[in-house]
Design a protein around this ligand. Structure first.
Ligand code: PLP
Ligand code: COI
Length: 364
């Protein structure tokens, strides 16, 4: 069925937060704790396709206890940010890449594809309604969370015939409370995040559920994130629970684990492949073993390690820790290459640098 052109209606909000309440939140937004006045909603059924696109007051969803997602986790999501530029305009970074990844995730989770025009339209219309919630200054942004789930009331195990897609928005500062300081990473030696043939390359809630027990272990060991290895050999570095990884080598080249089907295809990761090349680095996608991380930091072949993602931007990794040991890159502080890549990325996102690859889209 050809989807209809995207158009949403807006429901009146009787009781939005006052400017004073909003400004208090925007002054110190943190990450993921505060939400704007509106949300976007639309539903899909096999007969009607996607329909009834609307921006409504933000509020709880009422779900029947037998709603399929609550039992079988047929759910996917995305994460992207709206950036305020100095002239007051509002921009997205590579939103078409998020739309495409959402379609790939939908395919893997047997959910209906949302047309890219609907994905972009849902974000544009929500940001327009909540424009006053886009923070200005520093490295603040409006974090956007599109998500889609099986909303059919049915306990049989098959793809849902009623699906809901929504977007919520949350003013955001730094993901890690310390700001741009090196984080410690816990090596999960026992648990994997994703397996060959599984859902690792899809952005689905189940992958994050699988990461939480090791994440708890990480926190107990003073670490902010978990490094996961491949499920077959427990040897090859995949990624962190919510970020991709990069390794800077002593010859100036930069290596990142090649995509295997069980690694999330990060849009920040992909952008850094290009940004690092633009900065004159050789960039290599290949398999990297955990022994290489340990030995390379010990003998100085690996000089810097950093994590990247929409929420994390570019975050230096200090130590990799495991039961009985640790591996520290360089002096454990943020390295120069890491910070150069970081500046190049954020300068582009905040409109302080040219956009040679046409990655920014103005939405307001
Ligand atoms: N890997 C995982 C598991 C993630 O959750 C994320 C965050 O979205 C990333 C990598 C980075 O992806 P992106 O750069 O598209 O945000
Ligand atoms: C993002 O960076 O958008 C993510 O989804 C990662 C999550 C851990 C916040």
């Amino acid at each position: 069925m050809t989807p209809p052109p995207f158009r949403s209606r807006r429901e009146h909000h009787d009781d939005p937060r006052s400017a004073t309440e909003r400004d208090a939140i925007l002054a110190d937004p943190g990450f993921g704790s505060h939400f704007t006045d509106h949300m976007f909603l639309t539903e899909w059924t096999p007969d009607a396709g996607w329909h009834d696109a609307r921006v409504v007051p933000y509020g709880p969803l009422s779900l029947d206890p037998a709603t399929a997602v609550l039992h079988y986790a047929q759910e996917i999501f995305e994460g992207l940010k709206a950036y305020s530029h100095i002239d007051g305009s509002i921009w997205l970074f590579r939103p078409e890449a998020n739309a495409a990844r959402m379609r790939r995730s939908a395919w893997r989770l047997a959910l209906p594809e949302l047309p890219d025009e609907w994905f972009l339209g849902s974000i544009r219309d929500l940001v327009e309604a909540d424009r006053a919630w886009v923070p200005h200054g520093g490295e603040t942004s409006l974090y956007l969370r599109p998500f889609m789930f099986a909303s059919e009331v049915f306990l049989g195990v098959r793809p849902s015939k009623h699906v809901t897609y929504s977007v919520i928005a949350s003013p955001a500062g730094a993901y890690f409370p310390g700001g741009v300081k090196p984080i410690s990473i816990w090596l999960s030696e026992e648990f994997s995040r994703a397996a060959t043939g599984g859902t690792g390359a899809a952005k689905c809630g189940g992958n994050y559920a699988a990461s939480l027990l090791p994440q708890q272990e990480a926190i107990e060991n003073g670490c902010a994130q978990v490094a996961f290895l491949d499920a077959d050999e427990h040897r090859w570095i995949e990624e962190l629970g919510g970020m991709n990884l990069y390794f800077v080598q002593s010859d100036g080249s930069i290596v990142t684990p090649a995509l295997t089907g069980s690694i999330l295809e990060g849009i920040t990761r992909d952008s850094i492949l290009q940004i690092a090349r633009d900065l004159g680095h050789e960039v290599i996608e290949r398999r990297i073993s955990i022994d290489e991380w340990r030995d390379g930091t010990a003998d100085g072949t690996i000089t810097e390690v950093f994590a990247c993602g929409t929420a994390a931007v570019v975050t230096p990794v200090g130590a990799l820790k495991w039961n009985g040991g640790q591996a520290v890159a360089g002096d454990g502080e943020a390295g120069k290459v890491t910070m150069d890549v970081r500046s190049a990325l954020v300068d582009l996102q905040y409109g302080r640098a040219d956009d040679p690859h046409g990655w920014m889209t103005r939405i307001a």
